[in-house]
Design a protein around this ligand. Structure first.
Ligand SMILES: [Zn+2]
Length: 93
């Protein structure tokens, strides 16, 4: 992913319940996520959406396709596939 990680209030992945306290910004070098932005959990590699107060909620592939333009969606999908390959190869958790 491009960009620096930004610190966020502690929250939990709505898919795997892992504690998350930072996000790497995919589309801007210093931008902070805002409500409606998607994110990818580095633990379970499932997508989530920042809701009100930047609390994470579950999302669906259909919602992501409607939220992101094609380039952004392909970037997220490629990032997930890259992380899956790295976890499979190196056994990362
Ligand atoms: Zn997760």
């Amino acid at each position: 992913m491009k960009g620096k990680a930004v610190r966020l209030d502690d929250d939990f992945c709505p898919n795997c319940a892992a504690k998350l306290s930072a996000a790497s910004v995919a589309f801007g070098p210093k931008a902070k996520p805002k409500e409606g932005d998607p994110t990818l959990c580095v633990y379970c590699l499932e997508f989530a959406i920042f809701g009100p107060g930047l609390k994470l909620r579950k999302t669906t592939e259909i919602e992501l396709r409607l939220t992101l333009d094609l380039e952004q969606y392909e970037h997220f999908a490629a990032t997930r596939e890259g992380l899956r390959a790295a976890k499979a190869r190196y056994g990362m958790n």
